[in-house]
Design a binder for this molecule. Structure first.
Ligand code: HEC
Ligand code: HEC
Length: 363
């Protein structure tokens, strides 16, 4: 009972906190979320926090991947050996993804992760639900259980702040611990939705683009916004360049990742097909936002593409690349777009205009 109460009370706090009003002071819950997001003590050996794999300096993806996108596509776990099987997506601009659902057009939308498996059904918010995963994930932060996590929170230098907002937690009472863990997740999600992370502070947002970037924008509207959608969802300060849908664009097996010692990558990765247990969805992955994409190499769920130019060229013409990792349900909307080399360059220039600039808003 207490868990339910804590949850619904919290959501009324979070609703409306979105990033509509940029350049504002952070609210208390956003600030607590920031502390939790940056707290390495929420991993077993105190080696990593959310920010380790989703850092502001790299558009909220893993900076060790962006530094060497040709060889490093997946993140290292807290044990110093285990590696994931998927490229870390950005933790910014995800807060608008709805609960995973099958829409009238018979396609799936929403949820969190490349395959939508954090659906949002449990907490009513996919982003908060996602935040509960990494601390307990053995190839990420590797904590044994929720009690151990809340114990670390209660010993942190921001513990007084947590207790002021939430109240005391009896570590021997499982229901209380789980409710407190829901609160932790809600606070992290509030931070991820804040203007600090989801800042809408790019040249595109400010309306200052070169002629080449403007031309790239026009080409993106013609070729890309069917998936990387341009509509501004309710509560957002601008378009997110994703419709949170799922498509198999035919990304090849990443042979380099197969060779990475310690990685759990085991192709074929069936993506959404596994989540919803439907072969008609095999190979489909969530359409990523194009915001900050210029600083978040490598690209796609398995990090096959090291550069923006490569992934855009692949969308344009699939014929010169190896076969898809999952050679079924492959979309023919991409793969044969007929763009010229100059047009691809203009699109890449526009994608650079979607990079948030520090100090412009919220940061
Ligand atoms: C060891 C690296 C690592 C750590 C630590 C980590 N993440 Fe992630 N994160 C990933 C990877 C890899 C994925 C993609 C996994 C997948 O799709 O199966 C991901 C996915 C996500 C997503 C989903 C984005 C989307 O568009 O679907 C969000 C949000 C996120 N992480 C936030 C967090 C938060 C909050 C924390 C801390 C509580 C955290 N991450 C800790 C690596 C990490
Ligand atoms: C039919 C839907 C669809 C269309 C149209 C489309 N994309 Fe994509 N795009 C996707 C999907 C799905 C992914 C992720 C695929 C994966 O990881 O397996 C993706 C990935 C990307 C990425 C990598 C982002 C990242 O963070 O890894 C970029 C960049 C991108 N697309 C740009 C474009 C551009 C530019 C266009 C237009 C020229 C375009 N896309 C058209 C569906 C689409």
């Amino acid at each position: 009972m207490k868990k339910k109460l804590a949850c619904s009370a919290l959501f009324s706090l979070v609703v409306g906190v979105g990033s509509v009003v940029a350049a504002q002071q952070m609210t208390h819950i956003e600030r607590l979320g920031q502390k939790l997001y940056n707290d390495k003590d929420l991993s077993l050996n105190s080696t990593q926090s959310c920010a380790t794999c989703h850092h502001q300096s790299a558009g909220f993806v893993d900076p060790s991947n962006t530094k060497d996108p040709y060889n490093t596509m997946v993140s290292l776990g807290d044990d110093g050996f285990s590696k994931g099987g998927r490229n870390a997506p950005t933790s910014a601009y995800c807060g608008f993804s709805p609960i995973l659902h099958l829409a009238d057009d018979n396609n799936w939308y929403g949820g969190m992760f490349w395959d939508g498996r954090k659906t949002g059904d449990i907490l009513g918010d996919p982003l908060a639900e996602q935040a509960q995963g990494p601390p307990l994930n053995p190839v990420e932060m590797n904590m044994p259980n929720e009690t151990a996590i809340i114990e670390r929170v209660l010993n942190a230098d921001y513990a007084h702040f947590f207790e002021e907002m939430y109240g005391p937690v009896d570590l021997t009472n499982e229901a209380e611990v789980l409710a407190a863990y829901d609160f932790v997740a809600t606070a992290i999600a509030a931070f991820e939705r804040s203007a600090y992370v989801t800042s809408f502070a790019s040249d595109f947002d400010r309306g200052v683009m070169s002629a080449q970037e403007e031309n790239g924008y026009r080409l993106v509207q013609q070729n890309c916004t069917g998936c990387h959608a341009e509509e501004t969802p309710e509560g957002a300060a601008g378009p997110l360049f994703t419709n949170y849908g799922y498509v198999n664009i035919g990304v090849p097996v990443n042979e380099k990742l197969l060779a990475v010692e310690g990685s759990v990558y085991a192709p074929p990765d069936l993506g959404l097909g596994t989540t919803v247990n439907d072969p008609a969805q095999n190979g489909k992955f969530k359409v990523p936002t194009l915001r900050n994409t210029a600083v978040t190499a490598p690209y796609s769920h398995n990090g096959y593409f090291a550069t923006l130019h490569d992934i855009v060229s692949f969308h344009n013409d699939r014929s010169s690349w190896p076969l898809p990792e999952v050679n079924e349900n492959v979309s023919d909307v991409v793969g044969d777009m007929g763009l010229t080399a100059a047009e691809i360059n203009d699109i890449v220039a526009f994608l650079h205009a979607l990079t948030d600039k520090k100090g412009k808003a919220g940061n």
